[in-house]
Every structure is written in structure tokens, then in C-alpha cells.
Design a protein around this ligand. Structure first.
Ligand code: PGA
Length: 252
């Protein structure tokens, strides 16, 4: 049995005041969390602030990105895996479609970051997903296979017991247009099957989150699918009640 995992991707949102309120809401409900792993991924500058406010061991910390350089060096503006570790961060989102599309990160760069995260003891949340154009031209599986293959080539398939995959169709992110449970399940099954061809026991263990407009009212149906093991939540993770309702849906 895979334990579901729900992570909140706050993206570039929040202020000290709004985060204080959000954390109060999460702290108040965290003790009710059972049979689900939960993380919040604030902007890097707020990581320590969130850590200070957090008063539950049931919620872990994650980052939204990190440098390819593991420790330190002349890389102005970057944050390293070692620095994230230093602040008690456990997860790091890598290859989010916004990083790919807006900041030009390639499959190879993302794979290199996944490898560094693993070496430094962080759990990568590796995002994969197709654009609407790619879906409509029938290359969804090809795109996702290439995104995964770049990582497999560098880390090997066995490393996927330590990697979380987040399937996020780009057309469903922040649009309110969620993939239907059947559409999402089909891609999740494709991903698990692809890994199973290389190592069946790894494929059975790997956590595959769904992301893209997950809300309290659609979460249960998505998480009921056989190969969906929780979610990567954007907009709804900025509201404590909504995020906790989604976490509860994953644990049900
Ligand atoms: P959304 O974002 O839930 O706001 O669609 C998901 C994500 O980008 O991780």
C-alpha cells in the first residue's frame, strides 16, 4: 500500500502576515491528519518563517526549486540543496511546468537537479506533464516518457523509490480545468507501467501525485483512482481549510 502524499505549492504567493494566518489554520487542523504525508512548499525566503510558525510534525517543508550546484559557489541568486537542508527542508519540487516554460529549464537540467537533490538527501517532487497543444496532437505519452527518460538515464530506475512524481497537465494548472479522473488515471497508469517495465517493485512503490486545479470538491474522485497517490496543490493550498480538506480526501 502506498501512503498518499499531498504537497502545497505556494508558488510566488504570500507575505509574513498572510503566512501567519495560513500557518495558524494548518496548525489547528494538523493533528487530525492520518495516513497521509503532507508538505508545504513556500517561497524560499519564507522557509524559515514557516518552520518557526509550524507546530506539527505532520507537516513537512519543501522548496519550489533549487540550484544545480549542490552546496555553494558563485551562482548569484540561487539557493542550493545544502542550504535547503540547513533549514530543515525535506522535499524540493523540480521541473514544474512554470520552471520549464518561463525559465527555460530543460529535461536534462531538471534531471541533473533531481540527481543532486537525491545526493543531498532531499526528496525531489519531479513534475511532468503535457501542454494542451501536445495533448491535442496526441503526443502526451511521448512527452512524458522523454521527461522521465532524462531522469532515468541519470539516476537509474531504482532511485524512483526516493522520487515523487507529480503528473501535472499544463492545461489544467491554475485554469480551473482539471483533468477528468479517467484522463488523469490513464496517464498515471502509463507512468507506472513505464517504470514497471524497468523494475516492477519500484513501480509499485513510487508515489505519483496529480496536480492541476485540485480543489476540495474534486479531490476525492481524483484520489480514488488506482494510480493517483495524492496531489500537488497550487491555488487551493493557500487556504488552510481547502488544503486540509484535500489532505483529508487523500487519507480517506
Ligand atoms: P493549481 O496549481 O492547483 O493552482 O492548478 C498546481 C501546480 O501548479 O502545482
Amino acid at each position: 500500500m502506498r501512503k498518499p502524499f499531498v504537497a502545497g505549492n505556494w508558488k510566488m504567493h504570500g507575505s509574513k502576515a498572510s503566512i501567519e494566518g495560513l500557518m495558524a489554520g494548518l496548525n489547528a487542523q494538523a493533528s487530525a491528519l492520518k495516513n497521509v504525508d503532507v508538505a508545504v512548499c513556500p517561497p524560499a525566503i519564507y522557509m524559515d518563517y514557516v518552520k518557526t510558525l509550524l507546530n506539527s510534525p505532520k507537516i513537512a517543508l519543501g522548496a519550489q526549486n533549487m540550484a544545480q550546484e549542490a552546496t555553494q559557489g558563485a551562482f548569484t541568486g540561487e539557493t542550493s540543496a545544502a542550504m535547503l537542508q540547513d533549514f530543515g527542508c525535506r522535499y524540493v519540487i523540480l521541473g514544474h511546468s512554470e520552471r520549464r516554460a518561463l525559465f527555460g529549464e530543460t529535461d536534462e537540467e531538471i534531471a541533473a537537479k533531481v540527481s543532486v537533490a537525491l545526493q543531498m538527501g532531499l526528496t525531489p517532487i519531479l513534475c511532468v506533464g503535457e501542454t494542451l497543444e501536445q495533448r491535442e496532437s496526441g503526443v502526451t505519452e511521448k512527452v512524458i516518457a522523454a521527461q522521465l527518460d532524462a531522469v532515468i538515464a541519470l539516476t537509474g530506475v531504482d532511485a524512483f523509490t526516493q522520487i515523487v512524481i507529480a503528473y501535472e497537465p499544463v492545461w489544467a494548472i491554475g485554469t480551473g480545468k482539471t483533468a477528468s479522473p479517467a484522463q488523469a488515471q490513464a496517464v498515471h497508469a502509463f507512468i507506472r507501467d513505464k517504470l514497471a517495465r524497468l523494475n516492477r517493485s519500484v513501480a509499485e512503490k513510487v508515489i505519483i501525485q496529480y496536480g492541476g486545479s485540485v480543489k476540495p470538491d474534486n479531490a476525492a474522485e481524483l484520489f480514488a483512482q488506482a494510480d493517483i497517490d495524492g496531489g500537488l496543490i497550487g491555488g487551493a493550498s493557500l487556504n488552510a481549510d481547502d488544503f486540509m480538506a484535500i489532505c483529508q480526501a487523500a487519507s480517506a
